[in-house]
Write a protein that binds this ligand. Structure first.
Ligand SMILES: C[S@@+](CC[C@H](N)C(=O)[O-])C[C@H]1O[C@@H](n2cnc3c(N)ncnc32)[C@H](O)[C@@H]1O
Ligand code: SF4
Length: 380
């Protein structure tokens, strides 16, 4: 009898960008020159290593994230996809997503990326006017971004784009207009993120020094979140996760693997992974610094900087942290009941933040905007 393994995806991190955006704390680096033909074998080595310890896993998704994977040469993307297809058994409807920045150069590559095997792109539009794009330090104009969205919709059956809201000088009315425009151009999936000011970024530094004026206050940001739900629901793209909206059937299957506690191998600088091996859940982490990762793979055939078996408590906390982000919540069997504060749980249900029935535990409409606070109380 075949061993049952969890849903499984491959995350490929490409850590390079043309410029560093001031709000971004992803593992992204600007290098004057990247010889991609030298980087390709490193990814292939990592695929081989990961597949050797997960021989029974069936690959459902591949996600090229970054950084800016649309800067990758299509032939490099193709060889990585071929290697993954050769290394694991794959499901018939393998989803292969690539994150793209919407400059004209990158949009011009969409056809070759499709020929390479990519079947879904996720485009970082971020804002719908040029002043806002400038404030975000983006290298593209809105005209280029819409052209990239059009090109993606022509080339790929599935595509999505990202916007960031609660930005400097943005009012609720501005967001209503931006989101309405975005919804009129969306092809079944949108990611809508509230701007987070991250420590260690240029925005983080400016914020600390009081030099990031015009950010909406907490109440306005909360109203923006509610408006987002209202407009997306009305347009038929409800949230299936806190920041992700789709028409039914258009959900990103790769990200659902993270949120629903599936397995994923993470390769490339700084990539994280979660693998179930011999009944144990292993958390893996790769060297963050691209040069350090490259040296590790070259010298030891292994880019992993850390790997540990998660305790059942860790698994429970993670299940809750990830699972409550999804609209459908967690099935009862995955809720870590022994770690949940019963009084808080009852109180959260009584006050309408949480819902529980025979199928499991989920956030209510009222609980969704305050997901982190709810989780903190449950685990207190
Ligand atoms: C891996 S990132 C960037 C992908 C791609 N390089 C780009 O810039 O379009 C994925 C998404 O996270 C969002 N994001 C990044 N930093 C953020 C922040 N500080 N606050 C809110 N959203 C953020 C952006 O919408 C971005 O498109
Ligand atoms: S937002 Fe995208 S393009 Fe900008 S630095 Fe981050 S990963 Fe690179």
């Amino acid at each position: 009898m075949a061993t049952e393994t969890p849903a499984f995806g491959l995350y490929v991190h490409w850590p390079f960008c043309a410029a560093k955006c001031p709000y971004c704390d992803f593992n992204s680096h600007v290098w004057a020159k990247v010889d991609q033909d030298q980087w390709l074998p490193l990814y292939l080595t990592e695929i081989k290593r990961e597949s050797e310890r997960t021989p029974d896993h069936v690959l459902k998704t591949i996600f090229f994230g970054g950084g800016t994977p649309s800067l990758m040469q299509p032939d490099v993307v193709q060889k990585i996809i071929e290697a993954a297809r050769g290394a694991w058994r794959t499901s018939n409807d393998l989803e292969i997503t690539l994150e793209a920045n919407p400059t004209s150069v990158e949009a011009a590559k969409f056809r070759s990326l499709k020929d390479a095997g990519v079947n879904r792109v996720s485009i970082g539009v971020q804002a719908t006017n040029n002043e806002a794009l400038k404030l975000l330090g983006r290298l593209h104009t809105i005209e280029e971004a819409w052209a990239a969205v059009d090109a993606a919709q022509l080339v790929f059956d599935r595509s999505s784009f990202d916007l960031i809201y609660a930005r400097q000088y943005q009012t609720l009315t501005d967001w209503r207009e931006e989101l309405s425009l975005a919804l009129s151009r969306a092809a079944g999936h949108l990611s809508l993120y509230q701007l987070t000011i991250e420590d260690g970024t240029a925005f983080g530094d400016r914020y600390r020094r009081g030099r990031l004026p015009g950010l909406p206050d907490e109440d306005t940001s909360a109203d923006m979140f509610l408006l987002t739900q209202e407009l997306c629901d009305a347009a038929g793209l409800p949230a299936y996760e806190v920041s992700n909206h789709a028409t039914p059937g258009n959900e990103a299957r790769h990200n659902l693997i993270y949120w629903q506690g599936g397995d994923y191998a993470g390769i490339g600088p700084g990539a994280h992974g979660r693998l179930t091996i011999n009944g144990k859940r292993i958390a893996t982490e790769a060297y963050l610094d691209p040069a350090g990762w490259r040296n590790a793979v070259l010298t030891h055939g292994n880019g992993e900087s850390a790997s540990r078996t998660l305790s059942s408590e860790d698994v429970g906390v993670e299940a809750l942290l990830m699972g409550l982000r999804v609209r459908d919540g967690l099935p009862d069997r995955r809720v870590p009941w022994d770690q949940i504060n019963e009084n808080e749980h009852n109180d959260l249900i009584l006050n309408g933040f949480l819902e529980r029935d025979a199928t499991g535990l989920r956030l209510s409409d009222q609980g969704r905007p305050v997901v982190n606070a709810v989780i903190n109380r449950l685990l207190s």
